[in-house]
Design a binder for this molecule. Sequence first.
Ligand SMILES: Cc1cc2nc3c(=O)[nH]c(=O)nc-3n(C[C@H](O)[C@H](O)[C@H](O)COP(=O)(O)OP(=O)(O)OC[C@H]3O[C@@H](n4cnc5c(N)ncnc54)[C@H](O)[C@@H]3O)c2cc1C
Length: 311
Amino acid sequence: MAEYIANLIIIGSGPAGYTAGIYAARAGLEPVMISGFDVGGQLTMTASVENFPGYTRAVTGTELMSRMHEQALNFGVKIINDKVTEVDLSTRPFVLSTENGNCCKTKSLIISTGASAKWLNIETEKQYIGRGISTCATCDGFFYKNQPVAIVGGGNSAAQEALYLTNFASKVYLIHRRDLLRADSILQQRLFTNTKIEIVWNSVVEEFIGGQNISGIKIKNVLTDERKSIDVAGVFLAIGHKPNTELFKKYIALDEDGYIITKPKSTATNVEGVFAAGDVQDKIYRQAVVAVGTGAMAAIEAQRYLSSKET
Ligand SMILES: Cc1cc2nc3c(=O)[nH]c(=O)nc-3n(C[C@H](O)[C@H](O)[C@H](O)COP(=O)(O)OP(=O)(O)OC[C@H]3O[C@@H](n4cnc5c(N)ncnc54)[C@H](O)[C@@H]3O)c2cc1C
């Protein structure tokens, strides 16, 4: 039997990956998706998505992603539940190896492996993810109208998200482990002059408190060892994201933070035939709707690339 070579392999089953799959399947590319073991991606961590167009009522992240999964299957995307562990992008076709021992060859590739938020990794954190702990203020800030919240971090993201949260929350505690912020000075000025924001300097979160949902945090001052509790209904972690690009760094150009660099107004990477969509190439917006948009772009570009090779 002739060796099977896919037209297109999509790595990742978040919003970008599924959209790329749906578009590519409808274009007749018979795409194969290697889903990874976090099937559905980051959105499955949230209990409520209210900003995805077409849903007039909030939908759980899990439901939204299972609908994308079903839609992709309906159009014939072949979905393999496995994780890519190695790639060789120096050869044609490209070669991928997986954790379950599969070896796949493909003429084109869409990387949609997303980004992982950094966590504090303290006890009680896991139990409150989606129950008061969030890594996305743009997504979840709205749920804390007139309630006190905390945000952990000291860089531009933390500053921007703290300011954003003041549109809803009654009070925003910015917990920072040092006595200086890394955020741009213009953002710092806005933080300092916003009456809803209280910066808690030199402090780290030691514990999340609550019942089914968070009701507060225990913090420790790292200089004095003094401990105190603060009542909050939500905690936003803004301590950074890590794009899942380790596998590709030998071949694909990455920026200083490890995100894939794509050509302007395109999802094309520096390797012809390899495209990147979603959070893996987007450190600015990090939203499902944006991931969906770039997923569609990547599939269209892969289709054009493949047809240019046929002629
Ligand atoms: C708590 C939370 C709430 C959010 N709420 C909203 C919201 O309300 N609205 C909104 O628009 N956005 C929201 N977001 C942001 C949104 O989830 C992301 O922008 C979006 O999921 C990015 O999609 P993606 O497809 O790029 O990647 P991801 O969703 O990160 O998916 C990455 C996929 O790649 C796979 N993968 C990784 N490595 C490998 C590998 N080696 N091999 C195979 N597969 C691999 C993973 O298994 C996963 O399936 C939220 C995010 C969080 C964390």
